[in-house]
Design a protein around this ligand. Structure first.
Ligand code: ADP
Ligand code: MG
Length: 861
């Protein structure tokens, strides 16, 4: 028998469970038996596979050819060294890949879905992967259904099962038994299936199937969870790299010709040309970018910003507009009731009268017309529960005595919530919501004497002005109304009228302390902050002004006004509008589009089920880790673990710094390569002896150069990045300015390398090569300092980047070890140096860096 044909009692029996849920010990047993509730992932590459993967590189192939050539040219030692270098290089590459993979894995864990479950009679929130068959889960609007199950209690649940059935409309669910015995998934309306989206309503579900046994598991097969790691920047660099490679090969062929022309053997010349090509082609760029991005992504997640894809970090750096929700993101989402308006009187929250019938009704309404408890749920409702608790109303008792008959849940378009109860044999319908949504729906009100009288113009003017004055103080106002009905009928939105106005409750939700500073940082960084809220215009403006988002002369636009505007009108005004009030999620898409039309890169926050399209449309969609729905988290590319606006700004600052660091790492590598090429070109054209041996070039390029380039890439972030405008995402990384800077620096380094070469040449060619090699290596190690941040290194903080110092020391020790180990002389093509030579090398290699630092100190004072 299929689950959808069974009664609830039978299901409870079969799964050994009840409405109070399973016990912890039972859950343990079932977890062992059924396993985790997750789809099995494709097996990841093992370390060995990653290691051998490193040898597919064209660089390595060239190197292997080089080692063969050098073997046949009678230079067996070089062959050994080249192979050693290849292996070492592969080890470094493997370590980097594994590290990058680890940080991505930990990120994936952090954004794993959660779900609400009842166990031991208590409501809990747990990782969806820990659900077992027999669990009672609660699903509501915005959730992704975590497992397959049978609906036990249903409140207007609407579910989209597009992922399973290709039916794009939402399906109305029910908790009734279905009596036909065989039906398609789409017709099993008392079941829900893993992976479907809950669009509306709420339900309790008995989990019947988990993990790979779910319908989704059956069709999904193995989940390929590998993240696409190639970012737009990497793609651009790969194209650039290919062009550069061709250029370098042409150049090396030319140099090969020059060497042969000058009477060197073909084999020697070929070997040199190949080594030069390997040294000049920046093959390590793309892996270095991956490692930098993944390290930074991991760091960001510790600062509560969880980036789902590496490329988002890059995009973050070019954000020029942040559209942020007010409630909970800019504010604390800690609502506290301040004022109450009832019986035509505005009173303090402490001055309700427990003996007044209507005061009682209002307190009951706070508890019955909401779903939150004193700790879990919508903070707006939690504030109401706290108010009632202050008058010794127990929400548990009151909800136990009164069973809800029917409800229309809150949604951000209607901005109302309605629930019906049978109280003292009368059907009472409570409603609460935004003033403007309710004002046209009541015909009567409770006056100061406790009589129910008909609404008149005077009264409407009165409550409107009360509402406005509360909003002026930045308070969020909820309006309460009720009515009686004769029959218990399922409520629909057409019942939400003919109400009796009961009162208003105003609550404060203070701005987060960090919001003000974060807004200032935005403005400094040329980023426009925009506030979006479902709250009242005046409430929103007061808070926006307080935080610094709204300035005199800015516009505050309401949802209804936005609807009247054409797209063109909106585009014309969008940069003046800093606050949007009473908006619904659909408006967010138009706001994003308008900004994008102006060429801006737009971030948009959202938490609700209906926010998903706007999050997808935005360049960076941002979801809330705490209060956000699973649907919004799925659609977003950044998740804020702390729901905090200032975390967005932190992420943007990181994004900008990461871009700067990557650019610096590129600059470091390319300018260093340029210095080597220029030195080789100079000596070969001047018919001087051969300046570098292949082993020397490989040593520098593959060992002493790769650590500093990563060090440059992980330079800690610096707030001075905010003095720059947002980056144009289409800007090429190798602008003319950047390229000429590279060439200039390469030239500067090359001059001192050639000087060292000439000094050595006074004795012999071998000494000259040794001096030039040591100077090239050390000058490039020093040169790493020049690519840390933007300002001079002392303004940045010399010791701030520990890894840079470590990288320098390693390189320095490696070089000196080679210079001081006679056994290596033959392989490296070097000779013994005198103490005076060491001093010459140290001085010559540090001068370019001193010059560049002085220049920087003057330039970025
Ligand atoms: P925000 O975008 O600021 O979170 P919401 O869409 O949540 O705004 O709320 C908009 C308005 O709807 C609020 O000003 C309030 O009047 C009303 N409202 C908010 N939460 C509830 C609720 N749980 N029940 C009824 N009305 C609510
Ligand atoms: Mg809200």
């Amino acid at each position: 028998m299929k689950h959808f044909t069974k009664s609830k009692e039978k299901l409870f029996e079969e799964f050994g469970t009840n409405l109070k849920g399973l016990s912890n010990s039972e859950v343990e047993i079932r977890l062992k038996k059924h396993g985790k509730n997750s789809l099995v992932e494709k097996k990841k590459d093992g370390i060995l596979k990653i290691f051998f993967g490193q040898f597919k590189d064209s660089l390595v192939i060239i190197l292997i050819i080089a080692s063969i050539i050098s073997f046949f040219s009678g230079n067996e030692e070089s062959t050994v060294v080249i192979i050693l270098v290849i292996v070492l290089n592969a080890v470094i590459g493997t370590v980097q890949s594994v590290k990058a993979q680890k940080s991505l894995d930990s990120l994936k864990k952090m954004s794993s879905p959660k779900c609400k479950v009842i166990r031991n009679g208590e409501n809990l929130e747990i990782d969806s992967s820990n659900i077992v068959p027999g669990d009672i889960i609660i699903i509501e609007a915005g959730d992704v259904v975590p497992a397959d199950g049978r609906i036990i209690e249903n409140f207007s649940l609407l579910v989209n099962e597009n992922s399973l059935t290709a039916e794009s409309n939402s399906i109305e669910k029910s908790d009734m038994i279905l009596d036909y015995h065989d039906s398609a998934l789409g017709d099993q309306i008392n079941m829900v299936f893993s992976g479907s989206l809950v669009n509306y309503g709420r339900a309790k579900v008995l989990v019947t199937e988990t993990g790979m046994k779910t319908e989704l598991g059956k069709i999904a097969g193995l989940l390929d969870n590998t993240i696409e790691s190639e970012t737009p920047l990497q793609k651009a660099l790969n194209i650039f790299g290919k062009r550069l490679t061709i250029g370098i090969i042409v150049l090396c062929t030319f140099i090969f010709g020059v060497y042969v022309f000058h009477g060197n053997t073909i084999l020697d010349s070929l070997l040199l040309a190949v080594a030069l090509a390997v040294a000049a082609i920046p093959e390590s760029l793309s892996p270095i970018i991956t490692i930098i991005l993944s390290l930074e992504t991991e760091k960001l997640s510790k600062e509560n910003a969880i980036v789902k894809e590496l490329k988002s970090i890059e995009a973050l750096g070019s954000i020029s507009v942040i559209c942020s929700d007010k409630t909970g993101t800019l504010t604390q989402n800690k609502m506290t009731v301040e004022k109450v308006y009832i019986n035509e009187e505005l009173i303090d929250k402490k001055d309700l009268n427990k003996n007044n019938n209507y005061h009682q009704l209002l307190l009951n309404s706070c508890i019955l017309c909401s779903d939150a408890t004193d700790t879990i749920g919508d903070p707006t409702e939690t504030a109401l529960i706290h108010l009632a608790q202050n008058y010794d109303y127990s929400f548990k008792d009151i909800r136990n005595i009164n069973q809800r008959l029917s409800e229309i849940p809150f949604d951000s378009v209607r901005k109302l919530m309605t629930a019906s109860y049978s109280i003292d044999n009368k059907i009472t319908i409570f409603t609460k919501g935004a003033f403007d949504s309710l004002v046209s729906r009541f015909t009567h009100y409770v006056d100061k004497n406790g009589n129910i009288v008909e609404v008149n113009e005077e009264f409407l003017v009165e409550i409107e002005s009360i509402n406005d004055s509360l909003a002026e103080d930045g308070l969020r106002v909820l309006t309460f109304a009720f009515k009686y009905a004769d029959e218990n009928e399922a409520l629909t939105i057409y019942d939400e009228n003919g109400y009796i106005f009961l009162g208003m409750i105003a609550m404060i939700d203070p701005p987060r302390e960090e919001s003000k500073l974060a807004v200032q940082e935005c403005i400094r960084g040329g980023i426009k902050p925009v506030m979006i809220t479902g709250d009242h215009k005046v409430t929103a403006r007061t808070i926006a002004k307080n935080i610094g988002i709204y300035k005199d002369g800015d516009m505050v636009l309401e949802g209804v006004e936005l609807e009247k505007m054409s797209d063109e009108e909106l585009e014309k005004n969008v940069d003046k509008i800093s606050v949007y009030a009473r908006v619904s999620p659909e408006h967010k898409i138009r706001i994003v589009s308008a900004w994008q039309k102006l060429g801006k890169i737009c971030a948009m926050t959202g938490d609700g089920v209906n926010d998903a399209p706007a999050l997808k449309k935005a360049n960076i969609g941002i979801a809330m880790g705490i209060t956000g729905t699973e649907v919004s988290k799925n659609a977003a590319s950044l998740i804020l673990a702390d729901d905090n606006f200032s975390t967005i700004v932190k992420a943007i600052i990181t994004g900008r710094n990461v871009y700067r660091n990557i650019k610096n790492a590129i600059g470091f590598l390319l300018s260093g390569n340029a210095s080597a090429i220029l030195a080789v070109m100079y000596t070969s054209f001047s018919n001087l002896p051969i300046i570098f041996s292949p082993v020397q070039l490989l040593f520098i390029n593959l060992l002493t150069d790769s650590l500093p380039s990563i060090a440059v890439g992980v330079e800690p972030k610096n707030l001075d990045i905010l003095d720059e405008k947002p980056r144009d995402p289409n800007e090429a990384i190798l602008t003319k300015k950047f390229t000429s800077k590279l060439v200039f620096e390469g030239l500067l380094l090359a001059i001192f390398i050639i000087v060292a070469f000439y000094i050595g040449l006074q004795e012999n060619a071998l000494k000259a090569s040794t001096m030039a090699f040591a100077t090239l290596c050390l000058a490039r190690l020093f040169h790493g300092i020049n690519y840390r941040g933007q300002k001079n290194v002392f303004a940045i903080g010399f010791f701030k980047n520990k890894f840079a110092i470590f990288a320098f020391l390693i390189g320095f020790i490696l070089l000196n070890t080679v210079l001081l180990t006679p056994a290596l002389y033959k392989t490296f093509g070097i000779t013994k140096l005198e103490p005076i030579n060491f001093i010459q090398i140290y001085v010559l290699s540090i001068i370019p860096t001193i010059l560049i630092q002085i220049y920087k100190a003057i330039r970025y004072r």
